[in-house]
Design a protein around this ligand. Structure first.
Ligand SMILES: [Zn+2]
Length: 1003
């Protein structure tokens, strides 16, 4: 017997493709088209509208990479179309197989008001409904010929990723520029058949419901006259009405669809193009909101709203109205959807401060949900930050990309580093670009791990990255799936409505403790080293600029640079976007980022210099100051600790060894450097023990082949470790000013290192300069340590977390490359070692056993050389500093990490500056001292417990305090604190963050 199902499915597909879908636009006439190709970068709208057009025809090639072409289309609605719905169908040459990532357009009326975007699956512009006939049509299109960087042969090196190398070959061919009649009934029939056909395909062959749908579809297709689809569509729809009106089962899963477009703030296009991408999609979405009263759209990233406001005020006006109507919903509460592994403590806090504040000031909305569908793993510091920013919910999607282990929950309490819990949802639909297809909806139901306990999930619905967002077809699906037998129930809802209901039905959801480690994209901790260094340096300069400015403002009446700091913070926060800081954007983005970070550093150094000059009493001294200790060594950072240990001896001896190596000795440590330039001993003279594993050597550069199976800039695959070259050949190993200088050549690259043991310090400093010209290689710096431990502490925001040094379980094994900020720390009870760095993030840790026991090798990830999307990633000169700190307790690791990243600064003439605030306990670390953002002049101090224990401490202000309040991250007062003159008592739980606002008194 024949298979009814496959025959009917094949029939349905052919009739839809060849007869019914083409009949949606049964009649059309060509529009007249003119074009002006803007030379160079995008021009203002008024200039684009006014420029003179040249004739162009459908089929003509257009659009150099990254160019902008202004098209004008004109025509007249035929008189005999009166009564019909008429649309312009404008296909710029889209590849329908890719919803985004290619050319795009924004349609304007002659007066410059935006109409909507043009995207691969969204090519229509309504002209009249119904038409009177004879209407004149005149529309302008600002079309961006963004090249397809990620093509069908993904991950091949391409020169298209930078305007400077992309050439000028046209990228597209105009495909259709028509006026057309739209037959609404035929379009509705298409939606009916798609929804039922897709549902049928997901139902079990035994299910009666499947056969009911099958027979109804057959009867419907029988009713379609293939020569007169429009004339028979209504009758054909009739035959589906019974199966479409059968209600969903009582136990049906509930999907809250949220209109969305995931728009990367830069990625395979430069920042300036995102400004336009966002405007196009927002135009589409405000237009769709006007058409469809049931639709709800959510947009994240305050930066993207700010771009629309600044660059497309007419679009912003519509957005603002739709937000006021409660249907265009700002979500996320962050400045951008940032990476969350690498941003420093204060920067991750400021993502929330600036994001939430924008939404509050612009729309009066307190965003309650954190929206991070696509970042590459989630820091254990986030729950506390989410709650302290005044948010309640957390949403992510990316953990579905895990390659090793399936994450066990979809709705759960996520417990962070300090014990704070946040209610979290991880949509089982496994995409943040849902289209509500039958397959997607059925997958969400099957996949949902909370079945039996909970009934709800969320589906971010719409095309991102230039796809134009949610489509009217998706809304049509949702309408049919609202209450349909055999399907989950789908309704468009605000994320906060979803979360309220999900929380209510599942208050005792399971708990996940610690980071949400993404088992993929581990190389994002290393790719594009310059971008990472720019970020690290900027974060610390911002800290210093706020501290010095606040100190000078309180002491010397210095004008606190509120607006400049606000702007510079936002610039740094933008560059923490999850394709910039991770190093996964095109060359153009990273080339610009390097320039931007240089400019940020220059401005911040200027602010610091000016504040210091004010403190020194000589405004003209700005720029001449020499830097050291005050005030942050005693106020801003590990308060109370100006140095490491009292120096035992004030000199370091550097003596030659018989083997051609050198010994460095400062009375605290004795460092052995062998003739290969490797550290074969780091003897702790105080503790009387060796740091380096027996028979091994540290400061060993190791080079691996690094060619991942996919996602070159993103991924390092575990097999990279199978081949390794130890770089032990040295051209030079020599004493240089009491330090040891090592020079090596390898491949096409060179490296020079300086190993220094500062007098009185328990740290070996290693400065490494690499002139890097390798391809598809991974460079590591290895430290085999004589430590037996099953865990390693790695600094994250506002604390540190522990990861295993073994691979017992698949979850442990998957963490073969992980993130640290300024230090990692390993210890046996009573004695530990820290490894601190000034600008790298990736590390790995392994165990090796020999007769002497197990040793632990920690390696810093220095450089990679992937060729996609930037074909010349990381070529050129890089400088890294790190230090090995034998005998370090966790507090020493914290302090040395700060020390390396915040070199002390000194006022001219060594003038003393008393600290603005100080704390009497080492465990309390101050991450920010600044004036309050509200301009009140209050001093704001953010601090946290940094050792992982409980602490009582006393903060002392170096100025009269009228009153003190505890605040949230946004500096909004929460509770008054009793003060004792300038002293404040503090009591902190492990890793607890506290923000204090100190009102200044007189006298
Ligand atoms: Zn993304």
């Amino acid at each position: 017997m024949h298979d009814d199902r496959s025959v009917t499915e094949a029939r349905l597909k052919r009739v839809l493709d060849e007869r019914i879908r083409p009949a949606v636009h049964p009649r059309s006439v060509p529009l007249e088209v003119g074009v002006w190709h803007a030379p160079g970068e995008p021009v203002p709208v008024t200039e684009g509208l006014a420029a003179e057009r040249a004739p162009v025809a459908v089929g003509d090639a257009w659009g150099a990479p990254w160019g902008t072409s202004w098209f004008t289309v004109s025509g007249t609605v035929p008189a005999d179309w009166a009564g019909s719905t008429v649309e312009a169908v404008l296909d710029l040459g889209f590849d329908d197989n890719m919803p985004g990532f290619q050319c795009e357009g924004l349609v304007y009326r002659p007066d410059g008001t935006p109409v909507k975007g043009l995207n691969p699956r969204n090519t229509w512009v309504r002209v009249a409904a119904p038409a009177a006939g004879g209407e004149q049509v005149l529309l302008h299109i600002e079309a961006a010929s963004n090249p397809v960087v990620l093509d069908y042969h993904p991950f091949l090196p391409t020169e298209l990723g930078d305007r400077e190398t992309a050439g000028d070959e046209p990228q597209y061919r105009l495909a259709r520029m028509d006026l057309a009649v739209r037959d609404e009934t035929v379009w509705e029939l298409v939606q009916d058949l798609e929804v039922l056909g897709e549902l049928m395909a997901e139902l079990s062959p035994e299910a009666p419901r499947r056969w009911e749908i099958l027979r109804a579809v057959e009867r419907c297709l029988d009713a379609v006259d293939l020569q007169d689809v429009g004339g028979t569509a209504a009758a054909a729809r009739e035959r589906l009405s019974a199966v479409l009106s059968a209600p969903a089962h009582a136990s049906a899963h509930r999907i809250s669809a949220v209109g969305h477009a995931h728009i990367d703030s830069a990625w395979l296009w430069p920042l300036r193009e995102t400004v336009r991408k966002v405007a196009r999609t927002a135009s589409n979405m405000t237009a769709l909101l006007e058409d469809a009263p049931e639709f709800i759209y959510a947009m994240s990233q305050a930066q993207q709203f700010a771009w629309i406001k600044e660059h497309r005020p007419e679009v912003f006006a519509k957005v603002k109205q739709a937000v006021a109507d409660g249907r265009f919903v700002p979500v996320g509460g962050m400045w951008v959807e940032s990476d969350t592994n690498m941003p420093g403590s204060e920067a991750l806090a400021r993502q929330f401060v600036h994001g939430k504040r924008f939404f509050l000031e612009e729309f009066g909305i307190e965003t309650e949900e954190v929206w991070l569908p696509d970042s590459f793993g989630y820091s254990a510091a986030l729950p506390q930050l989410v709650v302290q920013a005044g948010a309640k919910w957390f949403l992510t999607q990316k953990i579905s990309w895990n390659r090793n282990n399936k994450f066990p929950h979809h709705t759960f309490w996520w417990e962070g580093l300090d014990g704070t819990r946040v209610f979290t949802h991880f949509p089982p639909i496994d995409t943040y670009n849902a289209q509500l297809s039958g397959r997607e909806v059925a997958h969400a139901v099957r996949n949902f791990q909370e079945k039996g306990e909970a009934t709800r999930s969320l589906a971010p619905t719409g095309w991102g990255d230039g796809g134009g967002g949610t489509t009217r077809e998706m809304l049509a699906r949702a309408k049919r799936l609202a209450d349909l037998e055999g399907s989950a129930k789908v309704v468009f809802e605000k994320p906060s409505d979803f979360f309220e209901k999900a929380h209510q039905e599942y208050p005792h959801a399971p708990v996940w403790v610690g980071e949400l480690y993404l088992e993929l994209h581990r190389a994002t901790l290393t790719s594009q080293a310059r971008t990472k260094q720019g970020n690290r340096r900027s974060e610390h300069l911002l800290h210093e600029a706020e501290l010095w400015s606040a100190t000078a403002a309180v002491r010397a009446g210095f004008r606190y640079p509120y607006r400049t700091l606000d702007r510079l913070w936002k610039t740094v926060l933008l560059h923490q976007f999850h394709d910039i800081l991770p190093g996964t954007s095109i060359a153009w983005v990273h080339r610009e980022a390097a320039d931007t970070y240089a400019a940020v550093a220059e401005e911040l150094e200027g602010i610091i210099g000016a504040a210091q000059a004010a403190l020194a009493g000589d405004p003209s001294a700005a720029g001449q100051v020499v830097f050291n200790a005050a005030p942050h060594a005693r106020s801003g950072i590990a308060a109370g600790a100006a140095g490491i240990l009292p120096p035992a001896v004030a000199v370091t001896d550097c003596t030659p060894r018989e083997d051609g190596g050198f010994a460095l000795d400062n009375g605290l440590l004795r460092i052995g450097v062998d003739a290969r330039g490797l550290v074969d001993s780091a003897y702790d003279l105080v503790a009387d023990r060796e740091t380096i594993a027996p028979g091994r050597a540290a400061n060993l550069l190791q080079l691996h082949q690094d060619f991942p199976n996919m996602w070159d800039a993103w991924d390092v695959d575990h097999f990279y470790r199978n081949t390794v070259t130890d770089l032990t050949d040295a051209e030079t190993v020599e004493a240089a000013d009491g330090a040891v200088r090592v020079v090596r050549a390898f491949g096409s690259s060179r490296v020079e290192q300086l190993l220094t043991l500062p007098p009185g310090a328990r740290r070996l400093e290693i400065a490494t300069e690499v002139d890097w010209h390798e391809s598809e290689k991974f460079l590591k710096l290895a430290f085999p340590l004589d430590i037996h431990t099953d865990r390693i502490a790695a600094e994250t925001q506002f604390g540190h977390l522990y990861r295993p040094t073994h691979t017992n379980t698949s979850w442990d094994a998957a963490k073969f490359e992980a993130c640290q900020h300024r230090f990692v720390h390993l210890e046996e009870p009573g004695w530990g070692v820290a490894l601190v760095n000034d600008s790298t993030y990736g590390y790995d840790v392994t165990r090796a056993a020999d007769d002497a026991g197990t040793a632990t090798t920690v390696r810093l990830s220095l450089l990679r050389a992937p060729r996609f999307p930037d074909p010349r990633t990381d070529q050129g000169v890089h400088r890294f500093r790190c230090a090995l700190v034998p005998g370090a307790a966790i507090g020493d690791a914290v302090r040395e990490g700060h020390h390396l990243n915040l070199p002390e600064r000194r006022l001219p003439g060594d003038a003393e500056v008393a600290p603005l605030v100080s704390v009497d306990q080492d465990a309390v670390v101050v991450t920010a001292v600044k004036l309050a953002d509200d301009g009140s002049g209050d001093v704001v101090v953010r601090l946290h417990e940094a050792h992982g224990g409980r602490v009582r401490a006393r903060l002392t202000a170096g100025f009269p305090v009228a009153s003190a309040t505890r605040c949230d991250l946004l500096e909004r007062p929460a509770a008054e604190i009793d003060t004792d003159g300038p002293h404040l008592p503090l009591s902190l739980r492990p890793f607890e963050i506290t923000t204090l606002r100190l009102s200044r008194g007189t006298g």
